[in-house]
Design a protein around this ligand. Structure first.
Ligand code: C5P
Length: 235
């Protein structure tokens, strides 16, 4: 594989579980919009040449202006996202330059992913895996419940993983998955690739790649940032 790597950042979600306010990606973590953190985190990985952000369709100009004010290590482009995450990723995917052969998809809602996670996903795809996801072991016991909230099964935790982003793919595989995608129940791109019968490989994720979904997650993300800033100030 001799092409370049692109990262697509779906950022068009409303973020309703975070409470009323601006679209989630535009809300601040430590005084800086979540999306700016996410683009910085992904573009800081030297393996990533280009970043394409799928912005909320009503905020494309605002997002373009916001990102245009920052200096990022790689090229950053903004497109209008869609009504679902799958659609937002698809809209970014059709804007890829021809020489891209590895594509990362990273949720704007994971603003603090460490660079080493991004690098290890890219390396694993370039080493020959068709699809790669970062993952953490489960710490909670996980049970399946029915519609009455009665437990129907306790799952074997040792075989379960919590999946993060960026997820990495050979471009051709991700495009094939999106060509036949059905939005129903899809929460990540790797799930669409699995549906093609293609093996998805797991690499270690990181606690700091947490997904900001609820107000409590903002508190945790701000604590991580404060820790990084104090370490930076000391270093
Ligand atoms: O809603 P959820 O937190 O699962 O969204 C995951 C990511 O997908 C977020 O970064 C969100 O902005 C993005 N998304 C999107 N377009 C949508 C819905 C979600 O880009 N229509």
């Amino acid at each position: 594989m001799s092409g370049r790597t692109a990262a697509l950042i779906p950022a068009a979600g409303r973020g309703e579980r975070l409470g009323p306010g601006a679209p989630k990606a535009l809300r601040d973590i430590g005084g800086i919009p979540m999306l700016v953190h996410a683009v910085k985190a992904i573009s800081s990985c030297p393996a990533v040449s280009i970043v394409i952000v799928a912005a909320p369709s009503d905020n494309v100009d605002e997002v373009t202006a916001l990102l245009g004010q920052q200096e990022f290590p790689s090229d950053v482009h903004v497109v209008a996202g869609g009504d679902t995450r799958v659609e937002s990723v698809a809209r970014a995917l059709i804007n890829l330059p021809d020489d891209i052969d590895v594509v990362l998809v990273h949720d704007a809602a994971r603003p603090l992913v460490p660079e080493e996670v991004v690098a290890s996903v890219v390396s694993a795809v370039r080493a020959g895996h068709d699809a790669v996801v970062p993952a953490l072991p489960m710490t909670d016991t996980v049970k399946r419940v029915d519609t009455n909230d009665d437990v129907t099964a306790t799952l074997d935790r040792s075989t379960l993983r919590a999946i993060q982003t960026p997820q990495g793919f050979r471009r051709e595989i991700l495009q094939r998955a999106h060509a036949i995608a059905d939005d129903e129940g899809i929460t990540d791109d790797a799930g669409m690739v699995e549906a093609l019968g293609i093996t998805v490989h797991v690499v270690p994720g990181h606690e700091e790649a947490l997904k900001v979904t609820r107000p409590f997650d903002v508190v945790v993300a701000e604590a991580i940032l404060a820790k990084r800033r104090s370490l930076g100030a000391l270093g």
